[in-house]
Design a binder for this molecule. Sequence first.
Ligand code: ADP
Length: 398
Amino acid sequence: MKILVINCGSSSLKYQLFDMTSETVMAKGICERIGIQGSALTHKPSGKDSCVVEKDMPDHKVAVQMVLDMLVDPVHGVIADVKEISAVGHRVLHAAQKYIESIVVNEDVKATVRECFDFGPLHNPANLIGIEACEHAMPGVKNVAVFDTAFHQTMPEKAYMYAIPYEYYEKYGIRKYGFHGTSHAFVSKKAIEVAGLDKDNSKVIVCHIGNGGSCSAVLNGKCVDTSMGLTPLEGLIMGTRSGDIDPAAVQFIANKEGKDINEMVEILNKKSGILGISGVSSDFRDVTKASKEGNHRAEVALEAFAYRVAKYVGSYVAAMNGVDAIVFTAGVGENDAPMRARICKYFTYLGITIDEEANDKFRGVEGTISTPDSKVKVMVIPTNEELKIAQETLELVK
Ligand code: ADP
């Protein structure tokens, strides 16, 4: 069975075609600058040369059709007929409290995605356009929505409720939702398998740290807390996002600088985090280089980042009354061994010891970086959100 996975952003569309018999990627690619001048499709078929097609893509409908044409292209294609695609899995950002699992798209699902436009103004509209474009291009083929928020819907009220007047929760659904759910689900499940834990008696903390970042506490295979909130702005320090901050600081800056609330949130989303503190870059590689060259602000940014992750992990140890495994994933978590070491130095109170050689060795690959006698297993597990979306899609349509 072949499953197409689609991840639509406001001006982009990423795709991967999976052969689910072997769970391998047959082709993947990205359409960029959709609706903007200079749009292009970069297609990477497995075992063949990559190619770039520069062609006007006024909207996602055109982009989806270009992807399908490319998949059956006599030279660059990997299938003979679009009819070989059994189903399409879509990454969808926000479903608020409606869906706790992935679901085959029907009119109700589309209505929910639409109702959540306010919660994900950049992503949800694009996600819906992607779904409708696939319905149009592949009539009769099932579309499955896989929500970033779904895995976190098992959080108890005490974890998701903000301590603000309750009417805002009732009127607008203002609460913690959490994101990166597909990744947290995939990685925590894998961690339970790799560490040989009993799922029904397991305590796992996942640190998904990339440009965006979030930690989650997974008790007996279910999420009980996560660091992102109503939006992806809460929690960890990220590439360009502030994470947690005193809301009164935002008011103070707004008053001093004559900015409105929307401008402030933009600053907290796009100009803060590692970039804001260091003044160098949002990319950890650049900031690490600057720190090594003696840039004090770069060093502070990296240590503040590590400290915030360590504090979240500590709070989740408390939330679950213990921990069996701590897992690092995503761009920084999988590759940045020095950052993992920085974070793990805060964990000696848990009886954790890190095998420095192993930590240095595992970059972008799965491995255990704690020593055999460490009280808690610390692991690197590469995330694979697209495969998880394909697996969930297969599960619902087979
Ligand atoms: P997102 O999906 O949130 O955009 P990723 O998970 O792809 O982000 O992570 C991107 C970040 O990972 C980059 O900003 C970069 O700082 C970091 N990164 C990637 N590779 C490395 C590496 N080899 N060493 C250090 N940092 C890395």
